[in-house]
Design a protein around this ligand. Sequence first.
Ligand code: ZN
Ligand code: ZN
Length: 366
Amino acid sequence: MELYRERIERLQQKMQQEELDLTVLGPSANMFYFSGMRTSPDERLQVLLIPAAGQPVAVFPQMYRKQAETSLTSLYEIRDWADSQDPLRVVSTALGGRKPRRVVVDDTLWSCHLVSLLGVFDDVPSLATVSALAGSLRLYKDRHELELLRQAGEAADQVMEKVRDSIRPGMTERQLGAFIENAYRDLADDISFKPIVASGPHSASPHHSTGTRAFAKGDFVVVDCGGLVGGYCSDITRTFCLGQADEEMRQVYKAVMEANQAAYEAVGKGCSGEEADAAARSVITNAGYGPRFIHRTGHGIGLEVHEAPYLVDGNREELASGMVFSIEPGIYLDGSFGVRIEDIVALTEDGAEQLNRFPRELIEII
Ligand code: ZN
Ligand code: ZN
């Protein structure tokens, strides 16, 4: 409860500094972060109303009341509505008849709910998304969050071990994808995103949609997957070689592995998001593959797989203690193959900590 009280207080302080009236959160990572309640969005209105000062209110359908009572921290006053009622009247009453003017809304609140909520706000409300406000709070992980991220990282390493022991020619991308999903359900709470399994020429596409191709000898297979522990995500990528890699494959693999290491060393010494990106990119450029590294070097991770901070050109913000992010350089050669190596790194008072320990060296499945 203390955890949620602090988080709500920090949000309210920020709202006061920026003269905002109300924060509205829908079913999302933000709702979980500020209340402990995890629920899926649907056509029924479910919102947390957090004013700049005073009592936060949770408005939920009557049929969700039990779940709200058990999951939500008691810091919220619960107001429910029956299917025969208009939830907007409940929201309006919860706001004491006031019409908030400067409103912050959850980035992923369904637009049907936002459009109907506009009726209870001021005639011309000033709207902003919550990411700028709450994102800066969620950027710095506390010890409790870091511990869950460590556990999520360990589970991801264990899944990769199972992949290494099972992957073989003849298996299809989908078969390995299903195997990975089951492994995460055994070793963690669930998957954090649908696994990407990209084999042979498909590995040249960074976000390939796992298909029916069967692995062949001589393939590179990019496996990018992650799980959830206590709501926190892992995200790991390894590239396996089925059989022996040829000279070009080795050269590309080596450049990606060294780029991963260069970014890790850079963040350990303290640098900005764009400097971390440049550290990885310069290794790949020097190896002659600069134009084939077609995405940013990394992204923050926490309750969502992708969140701030981003390791990308243009992000001048310092990567600081409490931040947790991926380092995932890659090289993609259209029509032939691709390689990506991804780990999660946490910055603590003691420096950079790898949350993934699975070997980064080339693994040839003979
Ligand atoms: Zn990934
Ligand atoms: Zn990632």
